[in-house]
Design a protein around this ligand. Structure first.
Ligand code: ZN
Ligand code: ZN
Length: 388
């Protein structure tokens, strides 16, 4: 590993920051202590600090030299509504909240890079360090973009990095084009007519109707889509009834759809409505479908991905950098920033045997803190190169 000099000496300090953030997780748009922590650090490094975009967002600006070129580097800040099952000292001190996606580590790496670059000033241009709220479910990136992120802080390109358990420590992986899927939510309410459970003939029982809908939805991917197109439809919630001897009057269901192409997304939305409504009608019930398009697919741009791969190779060597990794059906709201500006999202391997993100025993691997921070530094030096 070719760790940048100013980062190899401060690994312990980065670990301390990361543990502090890990112990104090805050969820979407409530990242008040977190953004104060970030803003205070950026200020102490001598950056110009702007707060309040998307409520708790923070942008730190570092300008060096005379070049007009500018780059945006983005970290997420939010935690999850989860109970942490780790026992170590820096475990969550906030009941029911947990940094289970490693955003504590992402913030620490970007802060480390900010301090390093403020010291070395080894570039020519402007770096905007973007700390974004509410990556999980609430699309904080979209809110920042809608509130004028790139008008107030213009950049030629924007980059992000996410830790990835299951990939070798210090390895990097990304690809040109779609890396992560679009994520939509759907909600179906099946309405029938309740009755005593012993007199089903006077009811319109919504439970078998809901069951038929769940099974029929499985046929969309297998029968309605081109086999070479990727998609996921998962029904993740079913709620109906309150006791054993009453037929309820409604059943509520919810789930998620993952796709890469808008034509596939539209086809699925259309089929979910048709299947739910027509199965319900066939049983004298009705179905109301609410379909919510949440995150667009995350699509990396070619030139920026090349630059990200070069910076990653500078740190880990090209044998640990994969430029054609397979896309995944998970989603990431950085996609909104990539719809507004060209850029790249790269994954940084955090260990083959590590628990996956979003699980109660996950913890960000501190070993990769200086690696990710060094990546940011080299990326800035390459993008805002002094000789033009
Ligand atoms: Zn996550
Ligand atoms: Zn995440």
């Amino acid at each position: 590993m070719a760790i940048v000099d100013c980062l190899s000496s401060c690994h312990e300090e980065l670990r301390t920051w990361r543990h502090d953030l890990h112990a104090h997780p805050e969820i979407a748009f409530e990242e008040h202590l977190t953004s104060a922590f970030v803003a205070e650090k950026l200020q102490s490094f001598g950056l110009q600090v702007h707060r309040g975009l998307a409520k708790t967002g923070v942008v730190g600006t570092l300008q060096v030299g005379t070049s007009e070129r500018a780059i945006g580097l983005r970290s997420d800040m939010d935690a999850l509504n989860m109970v942490e099952l780790n026992e170590f000292q820096h475990r969550s001190a906030i009941p029911g909240k947990m940094h289970a996606c490693g955003h504590d580590g992402h913030m620490t790496m970007l802060l480390g890079a900010a301090r390093c670059l403020a010291q070395t000033r080894s570039f020519d241009g402007t770096v905007h360090f973007i700390f974004q709220p509410a990556e999980e479910n609430e699309a904080g990136a979209r809110v920042m973009v809608e509130q004028g992120l790139f008008e107030r802080f213009p950049v030629h390109a924007v980059f992000s990095l996410h830790n990835m358990p299951g990939f070798e420590v210090g390895s990097f992986a990304t690809r040109v084009g779609p890396l992560m899927a679009a994520a939509d939510f759907f909600f179906i309410t099946v309405r029938g007519m309740g009755s005593h459970a012993a007199t089903p003939h006077v009811s319109v029982d919504p439970i078998p109707v809901a069951a038929e809908i769940v099974l029929a939805l499985q046929s969309i991917v297998s029968r309605n889509l081109d086999p070479l197109d990727s998609a996921v439809i998962s029904v993740t919630q079913i709620n109906g009834g309150s006791t054993t001897n009453v037929i309820p009057d409604k059943v509520k269901m919810a789930g998620t759809v993952r796709t890469f192409q808008s034509s596939v997304q539209s086809r699925i939305e259309h089929r979910i409505r048709e299947i739910a409504q027509n199965i319900a009608a066939a049983h004298e019930a009705s179905a109301e479908v609410h379909y919510d398009r949440r995150y667009p697919p995350l699509v990396n741009h070619p030139a920026e991905t090349d630059m990200a791969l070069s910076a990653a190779s500078d740190i880990s060597g090209s044998e640990f950098v994969q430029g054609d990794v397979a896309p995944i059906m998970g989603a990431e709201d950085f996609s909104w920033m990539l719809q507004a500006r060209p850029g790249n999202c790269i994954w940084l391997g955090s260990g083959k045997g590590d628990p996956s993100v979003h699980t109660p025993k996950y913890d960000f691997n501190d070993d990769i803190l200086p690696i990710g921070a060094s990546y940011w530094v080299r990326l800035v030096e390459r993008f805002l190169t002094r000789n033009g």
